[in-house]
Design a protein around this ligand. Structure first.
Ligand code: PMP
Length: 441
């Protein structure tokens, strides 16, 4: 039997059974809300390169790549060899190892804003430690962040991540909205919410809070905002204004390191004071990283008594992640980035073509190796514009289902992230499936 004939959800026996079992012991059956979709998620069994196979034996091209982290797809041989070798020696230890120096050296060499690095286990932790570092360095409590941006689950970084229209406040002066029930009002009071790409309004807010502001947290290509890129004048204003008021510019590169060999900071020509990292630097294993100038990073120093920012973590810089990350990053040569970004462009162009042929409104969004298909035809310039896209959720869910049943694994938001083993063939195959799916809507 060709397992790719198995229809989701009707015939996905093993996934459905696992979901029912999971519901008894895991809320909504999972540990991560992004993996859930209705009526039940597909359970993964194995992966190889750009392919992922589910527990019913159905094979798909993986465009999620563990939410962009698996930049070389599943189990790249060089990374697996490095990990297998490491497993014969040491998995975790209460001592530093050479492996963390080697990965830090690579990041320092590539990223303009990074002279020193500290490792953690997730992007959430990286953002949290960057915020704490900015506070300790400036001895100020507040941070500023952009409305509708995702930076992980640290309380302060979560403010106004996904606010409802009733919580918005004025467009040029967004309110600080909670992200979970019972979120302490004190966390909201210490976060200044900025409107995206609105230079005068954001600058006025930064100046108003100047004496309390430790840092400004920015993602150059916010995924939850359908990839509205940072405008050059906004980026320049943030860089100049943070300098002027003595606050730190924190560039969250957990996602955007995929931009290119020198990260988004290299591509955009901006040098942040602090960089939060994650995802691709772990080579497929849990990771986070904080980087900055030697001066700023000295807040973590422990050799002069109590550190200004204590930083522990049982699995920080564990050697399995470190060797996987190093090998994976070494494989990311400038040519590899060219390949990824070219595939991303082919996908975006192809999706636009599909929409045109199918006579549908919509847009292909994203940059570099990030791509998103939206069936919403109106301009999206900031988070608030996304509300209009809500009426396309059902049509997108239908297209998602079609793709899942035709060999393509994407998210219900129709996000496509490239991996190095992919070629034009996988992109063109996917575009054919998108076109038939669009025609059937
Ligand atoms: N910051 C950004 C910009 C992210 O995209 C993410 C994860 N998608 C995070 C932080 C949090 O990273 P993690 O999931 O590893 O905690």
């Amino acid at each position: 039997m060709n397992h790719n004939d198995i229809r989701y959800p009707e015939q996905s026996e093993h996934s459905e059974a696992l979901y029912e079992r999971a519901l008894r012991v895991l809320p909504s059956g999972n540990s991560r809300q992004t993996v859930f979709f209705r009526p039940f998620p597909i359970y993964a069994a194995s992966g190889d390169g750009f392919r992922v196979v589910d527990v019913d034996g159905v094979e798909r091209i993986d465009f999620i790549n563990n939410y962009s982290a698996l930049i070389h797809g599943h189990r790249p041989k060089r990374v697996m060899d490095a990990v297998a070798d490491q497993l014969t020696r040491l998995t975790a230890v209460g001592l530093p190892t050479e492996s963390e120096i080697a990965l830090a050296e690579l990041l320092v060499e590539r990223l303009p804003g990074v002279e020193q690095v500290r490792f953690a286990n997730s992007g959430t932790e990286a953002v949290m430690m960057a915020i704490k570092a900015a506070r300790a360095y400036t001895r100020r409590p507040k941070i500023a962040k952009v409305e509708g941006t995702y930076h992980g689950s640290y309380d302060f970084a979560e403010v106004s991540q996904n606010p409802l229209p009733s919580e918005w406040g004025p467009a040029d002066r967004p309110a600080s909205a909670p992200n979970y029930e019972g979120q302490p009002p004190s966390t909201l009071a210490d976060v200044v919410v900025l409107p995206w790409n609105n230079v005068p309004a954001a600058r006025a807010l930064l100046l108003e809070h100047a004496s309390d502001l430790a840092g400004v947290l920015i993602d150059a290509l916010p995924s939850r905002m359908a990839y509205v890129p940072v405008a050059a004048d906004y980026l320049k204003m943030i860089r100049d204004t943070t300098r002027e008021i003595g606050a730190l510019f924190i560039l969250d590169e957990v996602y955007s390191l995929r931009f290119g060999y020198h990260g988004a900071q290299g591509t955009l020509g901006v040098t942040p004071d602090l960089t939060s990292m994650g995802k691709i630097i772990g080579g497929g294993f849990p990771v986070g990283g904080i980087g900055g100038s030697r001066d700023v990073m000295s807040v973590f120093d422990v050799d002069k008594g109590r550190p200004r920012v204590p930083h522990g973590g049982t699995y920080n810089a564990n050697p399995v992640t470190m060797v996987a990350g190093l090998e994976s990053m070494k494989m990311l040569t400038p040519d590899a980035f060219d390949h990824l970004n070219r595939l991303g462009e082919r996908m975006r162009q192809g999706l636009r073509e599909c929409l045109k042929i199918a006579g549908r409104d919509g847009q292909a969004r994203g940059q570099a190796s990030f791509c998103l298909l939206s069936l919403y035809g109106e301009p999206i310039t900031a988070y608030r514009d996304l509300m209009g896209a809500a009426k396309f959720v059902e049509a997108q869910a239908k297209l998602h289902r079609h793709l899942m049943n035709n060999g393509v694994f994407t998210s219900p938001t129709l996000s496509f992230t490239m991996s190095t083993p992919m070629t034009d063939r996988e992109i063109d195959f996917t575009l054919e499936q998108v076109l038939t799916g669009l025609r059937a809507l």
